[in-house]
Every structure is written in C-alpha cells, then in structure tokens.
Design a protein around this ligand. Structure first.
Ligand code: 5AD
Ligand code: FES
Length: 352
C-alpha cells in the first residue's frame, strides 16, 4: 500500500489520488502535523498570512425545513423565532461597516416571508450604501429565477452547504421532502450565474462514513466552489439527533488541511462550530489551512435565538468585542486579520 507521506506529497504537488488513498489519509491521525504544515505552506503561497473577516447577519430563525440535525428546524416547537426587518439588517451593516467589515453575509432559515422582492430590495440597499462591499447570501435552496434575481440585484456570493454528497447519507439527515439532487442543482445554478459559490458539509454528522467524505470531496472537485464551509456536527436537544455525539475537532482539522491541499485557492472558514467545541478551535483551524472567519453582526438581542446547535459561542458579545477577540486570536496563531473584501484568488487564471 502507498505510504501515507507519499499521499500527502501527491496532494501537495496537485497530483490526483485514488478514493482508497483519500480514505486512508482521512482516517489516519499519525501525520497530522505534516499535513498541517503543508496546508499552511499552500495557503501562504496563495493568500499569504491574511485571514478574511465576514460580518454574519442572521436575518431569520424561521425555517420551513425539518433537517434532523438543525436546532431551528420547523419541527422544533421550542425554538424561539425572530425575523429582522430590512431597516434592522441595514443598521447591522452600518455598524459592521464602521468596524471595518467589507463583506456582509445574510444568513437565515428558509423563510418565505423573505420573498424575492424583499431580498432583492435589501441587497440593492446594501450595495447602494456600501458599494465597495461584497454581499453574500445564505438563504437556502431557491429556483434558478430567484438566484438570477438576487444576482441582478447585486449579490456577489452565495453559501449553500451540500451537507453530504451521498444520496443514502442525505436521506438519513433529511426528511423525504428534501432532495439532494435539487441541492446540487442549486449549487450548479449559482456557479453558472457567476456567484462566488460556497458548498460544504458537517464533520461527524450521524451515520457519516469515511466513504461519504470521499464522495464530498469528489463532488467538490466537480463543482469547483470558491468557498468550502466545514465544521463539526454539534447536537441540539430540540432535534431527533439530540443524543448523538458531537463531531471530532481533530477530524475537522485534518479535513480542513486536506481541502486546502486539494483546493489551494479556496476560501476556507474556521467555523464558529469549531470554536464552540474547543476554545482555540479556530486558531487551530487557521494553522490547518483555514483563512476566513465570520464574526456575528446580528443584534445581541436575537443571537441566542439563532441556535443551530448547543452552546454556540459569541451569543452575548457585541460585534466589536468579537472583532477584538478574533484579532488577538488570529495574531496569536501567527496570522493577520484582513479588512479587505477577501475575494477568491484565481491564481491559475491570472497566470494564463
Ligand atoms: N451542528 C453543526 N452544524 C450545523 N448546521 C446546522 N445544524 C448544525 C449542527 N447541529 C450547519 C449546516 C448548515 C449551516 C448553516 O449550519 O451545515 O448548512
Ligand atoms: Fe466572539 Fe471571541 S470571537 S468572543
């Protein structure tokens, strides 16, 4: 069998690896330090020491879906629901802009009260007031026409984790009215409309196997997203997965490093979920190849209500406090917080 360091070298030099080799490297914890070092070198080559910040605004905790893992699923009758008004969203952007943010991410459950007209009008207002800022939407699955309308209104990026690329696994995480094929179609629609597109998955979600990770990576190779969001699964008591163990931080870090090696130019967040399971989880994420963080700009009064999983960090802190805290964390890990828009760098394209 191929030596593990040979597999790491293949990834480092951009050579292809077999499914078996991928499975081996995902499962082995003996070479993590080598993997992290190489991932860091690749990140430094493309993005230097910069870590990009995105201001996250959680616009609605209403959701019509019933994903088995998520705390704001429609079936969780104990979830507290809220919806920000367009004016509240704009004022979050203003506060963020003053703090130096140049990217705003509007995220929410699938909430029909935010119809296309309302979303487009919010995007237009943000773009006209802050023309130098990037607007990212993360509002779930929509029709091609809706995505096209958001793009026309000025949205630059869209985040939609595929959650798992394996049909069988998808069925175990979602009720019958949700469909992996449609989710994948949405992602290809977003790419074709010129969005910088983010896909991704949870690490350690119930029933997940190593083969599922291999399928996730193969799907990402096909999609070629500009961003990949991965974070550990964390149980939530208002879901059918309340008693499942949380995902592993170590495995999340290893997957971050593998993704950095396989997708050198991708924007890779150190997620809040990672920081929730381990106090220095995000710092470790940066050292393993992550180069984005998404501090929360939502009003503190609603933070606890956007509860996808338990014990989420930063629900009591003002945006300015998180920003300061993160600046220190990024610096302590040996990196620099960047206030730029942090667009995707397509190095290959630039060289041709
Ligand atoms: N633990 C970790 N991540 C979760 N998400 C939803 N529920 C959980 C959970 N219990 C992730 C999903 C979703 C993103 C917004 O949050 O991957 O796409
Ligand atoms: Fe929010 Fe540290 S990032 S308190």
């Amino acid at each position: 069998m191929t030596d593990i360091t040979d597999i790491i070298d293949k990834l480092f030099y951009g050579n292809s690896v077999t499914d078996d080799e991928l499975a081996v490297i995902i499962s082995c914890d003996k070479y993590d330090s080598v993997l992290f070092e190489k991932a860091d070198a690749v990140r430094q080559r493309v993005y230097g020491k910069e870590v990009y910040i995105r201001g996250l605004i959680e616009i609605s905790s209403y959701c019509k879906n019933n994903c088995y893992y998520c705390g704001i699923r429609a079936g969780n009758k104990d979830a507290e629901r809220y919806r920000l008004t367009p004016d509240e969203i704009l004022s979050c952007c203003r506060k963020g802009h003053e703090l130096g943010f140049r990217t705003f991410v509007l995220q929410g459950g699938e909430d029909d009260a935010f119809n296309d007209e309302i979303i487009c009008s919010i995007v237009r207002r943000i773009k006209s007031e802050f023309s130098e800022c990037a607007v990212t939407l993360s509002l779930g699955e929509k029709s091609y026409e809706s995505f096209a309308a958001y793009r026309k209104a000025g949205a630059d990026r869209y985040l939609l984790r595929h959650e798992t690329a394996c049909e069988e696994h998808y069925r175990k995480l979602h009720p019958a009215d949700m469909d992996l094929k449609n989710r994948k179609k949405c992602l290809f629609d977003l790419k074709s409309l010129g969005f910088q597109t983010g896909a991704g998955f949870m690490v350690g979600s119930p029933f997940q196997t190593v083969e599922d990770f291999v399928s996730d990576i193969r799907f990402l190779e096909e999609l070629k997203p500009e961003m990949i969001g991965i974070g550990p699964f964390i149980h939530h008591c208002g879901t059918p997965f309340a008693d499942w163990p949380d995902g592993s931080v170590a495995l999340t870090l290893r997957l971050l490093a593998i993704l950095r090696l396989m997708f050198p130019e991708v924007l890779l967040p150190a997620t809040t979920a990672l920081g929730t399971l381990l106090p220095d989880g995000r710092e470790r994420g940066f050292k393993a190849g992550a180069n984005v963080v998404m501090p929360n700009l939502s009003p503190v009064s609603v933070r606890k209500k956007y509860s996808l999983y338990e014990n989420k960090i930063c629900t009591g802190e003002e945006a300015a406090e998180c920003l300061n805290c993160l600046k220190n964390r990024i610096r302590s890990a040996g990196f620099e917080m960047s206030f730029s828009r942090g667009d995707y760098k397509n190095i290959q394209q630039r060289c041709t």
